[in-house]
Design a protein around this ligand. Structure first.
Ligand SMILES: Cc1ncc(COP(=O)(O)O)c(C=O)c1O
Length: 402
């Protein structure tokens, strides 16, 4: 998307603002499909948690995507987007049994990652097939908060618990229709991914009536010029070959599932905010913008490095800045960052604002969550209104004014 388009969007819809490029989402979707073209049955299930706007869901569903949902609310959103429930896989962790039963009544695939939950569910609903989430005990992922396949993780059923798992399956007569893993986000080493995949194949061999193997996600995308990324094409070549061999030995063409979030939407998103003030201190120059970690949490939550450009003045002398927000706590987006000279009123653009950005935003400091715009067919379409005071107060009850 050109800077002129981003500036136009900010002038039409105000700042701060999230903008998503539909073409980039489609490009990434097709890239992944192409990388696994030799697999007969491939299903990409978009991870709603990355960016849950209903227009984004509908766009991906129309491209052919299934859905990975981690809450009953995400299941409802996907159904509202018009998807067939069979194309949704629901992967809860630590939710109530009522929520799991409710999801199963809606006809979505159920993925369970806890033996006692499996036993309880199997006892009451032996007729509903279940996918099991395995913890392969592989350390992967770019940050300890997003690395979820290791031995201390709360996710998945340990591979060392397979004998107990099999006993529960025999006792309850439940059918296992899939095996799943998700080791973490920001995986760079393809060999680590393939090692985890081998563990999943071994697990799959314990169950004779599978329909699919779900390899989760965790593909790394570049966040700034020169940053690394998962080599999807190489992974596609290696894993497809291995998967096809496995299907041959298993005696059935299983479906290969991925659940990409970041890979599909991260780079498609831009976050635009406006500079409110420039403040020189003894150690740095702060550029303070009309936003904060309430709108854009990843730098504070994960230490994420999002590339930032001054789109109002892109070609001037570069200077060092700390880009911060207006929250009443330290909310640093970037420290000591070289950016084209910034003046009050300039628009800054944060890259990779598609995944885990708007979905993680809040009303902290009683600020309104930003609007969202989809750039599609050369048009800027508002897909979420900016919140206002009515939104902020809607669910609050002033018991002293009744
Ligand atoms: C179970 C599961 N699947 C898929 C994803 C999507 O991961 P990513 O955004 O790295 O593609 C996540 C992310 O947390 C996840 O927990």
């Amino acid at each position: 998307m050109k800077n002129s388009k981003l500036i136009q969007a900010a002038s039409e819809f105000g700042s701060p603002l999230y903008i998503y490029d539909a073409n980039k989402i489609k490009y990434q979707y097709n890239r992944l499909v192409k990388s696994f073209k030799s697999v007969k049955n491939l299903q990409l299930n978009y991870a709603v948690k990355a960016l849950s706007n209903i227009s984004i869901l509908k766009y991906l569903i129309d491209l052919g995507s299934g859905i990975d949902a981690v809450s009953i609310q995400e299941v409802h959103l996907a159904l509202k987007g018009g998807i067939n429930p069979e194309k949704i896989i629901y992967t809860p962790n630590g939710v109530s049994m009522d929520e799991i039963k409710f999801a199963s009544e809606l006809g979505v695939k159920i993925n369970i990652d806890n033996l006692s939950v499996l036993e309880d569910f199997g006892n009451s609903h032996p007729e509903i097939p279940i996918c099991i989430r395995i913890n392969p005990h592989i350390m992967a992922g770019g940050n300890s908060n997003i690395s979820v396949g290791h031995i201390d993780s709360k996710f998945g059923i340990s591979i060392h618990q397979i004998p107990h798992l099999k006993r529960i399956v025999e006792n309850t007569k439940i059918r296992i229709n899939g095996v799943h893993m998700h080791t973490g986000s920001d995986i760079l080493d393809i060999d680590v991914f393939l090692r985890a995949a081998e563990i999943l194949f071994e697990t799959a061999n314990h169950f004779k009536d599978l329909d699919f193997i779900d390899f989760g996600s965790g593909f790394k995308v570049p966040y700034y010029p020169g940053d690394s990324e998962t080599n999807i094409e190489e992974l596609g070549k290696k894993l497809s070959k291995r998967f096809n061999l496995f299907c041959k030995s298993y005696g059935k063409n299983l479906t290969l599932i991925f659940e990409p979030g970041k890979f599909l939407v991260s780079e498609a998103g831009k976050f635009i905010c406006k500079v409110n003030s420039i403040k020189q201190t003894t150690s740095t120059v702060f550029a303070q913008v009309d936003s904060g970690f309430n709108h854009f949490l990843r730098p504070m939550m994960y230490g994420a490095n999002h590339h930032i450009e001054n789109i109002s003045n892109p070609d001037d002398t570069e200077r060092y800045y700390s880009i911060v927000g207006y929250i009443c706590e330290t909310d640093t987006f970037a420290s000591n960052r070289k950016i084209s000279t910034i003046s009050i009123g300039d628009l800054l653009c944060f890259n990779n604002a598609g995944a885990y950005c708007h979905t993680m935003s809040s009303n902290y400091n009683s600020r309104y969550r930003p609007a969202e715009v989809l750039y599609i067919n050369n048009q800027l379409k508002l897909i979420r209104k900016r919140e206002n005071f009515d939104d902020l107060i809607r669910n609050q009850i002033n018991i002293f004014n009744e």
